[in-house]
Design a protein around this ligand. Structure first.
Ligand code: NAP
Length: 283
């Protein structure tokens, strides 16, 4: 279940929409705020900027040192939020230790919240009225749709309960009439729960703590691997891919699965935010 065949047409549609906005006098612009010197975070931000460039979306790259204070991060977000030429704002997570992501995220106007993480957008999604939706969960849903995976009435298990992945996914799947089970580090009997599931979406990201093996997967199940981890120095997800693919009907690989979808959905959200034009900056 590769991500690229799903992501490529979305990027193309975004490029078309960006050109239309430009011809109407709106230059869509995404601003990112990167704090600290984590190389993985810098790579992800770099990919997002490159994808924006290819789609005809302007970018603003705000970087703060690892020693930045809570006030400095908040100040950077507030400045971007009050700038009418910036349509989308993304604070790259996680922030370095000691910094609370909640205040800078809450300082983003909901109409510029392209990560869908502000209390307002998270609340809308949780109450079944999605507006700007977090990119990775939206990308997972688009992948399931593209590959014809039915979720209505099916047992779907999510292994993750974060605000970035598990919680928004749960809301999206409930909105599609799935029967959703959310597992986490305190869940007992994850293997049995997974084995009884039609769809498993896993996002732990630490193979020393959790690996999804074939004994946890029912015949013909669908497995989506959101995690980014390393095995013997190589990029991998939570799933023992070679073994699980023998039993599952579809498995998303890492790399090349959900990753491109996250970026495509960020572009799409930025276009949606830019289309909100006059609303930008309002709360
Ligand atoms: N491909 C992409 O575009 C993309 C985008 C976003 C994130 N990711 C990846 O997805 C992963 C999760 O990201 P995140 O931000 O949601 O991380 P996170 O906040 O650390 O969430 C990890 C989740 O895994 C659970 N967990 C930890 N150990 C477990 C165990 N032994 N059994 C079952 N569950 C366990 C945690 O449970 P507790 O809640 O109990 O701690 C938590 O809910 C990471 O690898 C991240 O890099 C990928």
């Amino acid at each position: 279940m590769a991500g690229e065949p799903v992501a490529a047409p979305i990027r193309e549609a975004v490029a078309g929409a960006a050109a239309e906005l430009r011809s109407g006098g709106i230059e869509p612009c995404l601003a990112t705020v990167l704090v600290g010197d984590d190389p993985a975070s810098a790579t992800y931000v770099g990919r997002k900027h490159a994808a924006c460039g290819e789609a005809g979306i302007l970018t603003r790259d705000v970087r703060l040192g690892a020693g930045a204070t809570q006030e400095e991060v908040l100040g950077a977000v507030r400045e971007l939020d009050s700038d009418p030429s910036v349509h989308g704002i993304l604070v790259q997570l996680p922030l370095p230790g000691g910094l609370d992501p909640a205040p800078p995220i809450a300082a983003i106007s909901p109409s510029k919240d392209v990560d869908g993480l502000t209390p307002q957008n998270a609340g809308l999604l949780a109450s079944g009225r999605p507006a700007l939706v977090p990119c990775t969960p939206a990308g997972v849903m688009a992948m399931l749709d593209h590959y014809g995976v039915e979720t209505a009435g099916r047992a779907v298990t999510i292994i993750n309960r974060s605000g970035l992945v598990g919680r928004p996914l749960c809301s999206l799947l409930l909105g599609r009439d799935a029967t959703v089970t959310v597992c986490h580090s305190r869940t007992r009997g994850i293997g049995g729960i997974c084995a009884a599931s039609d769809v498993i979406i896993t996002a732990v990201g630490d193979r020393s703590r959790f690996t999804l093996g074939p004994e946890m997967v029912g015949e013909g199940a669908v497995v989506v691997d959101v995690a980014i981890s390393r095995v013997d120095g190589r990029l991998a997800g939570d799933v023992d891919y070679d073994a699980v693919i023998q039993k599952a009907s579809l498995v998303s690989p890492v790399p090349g699965g959900v990753g491109p979808m996250t970026v495509a959905m960020l572009l799409r959200n930025t276009i949606t935010a830019a289309s909100l034009g006059g609303q930008a900056g309002r709360r």
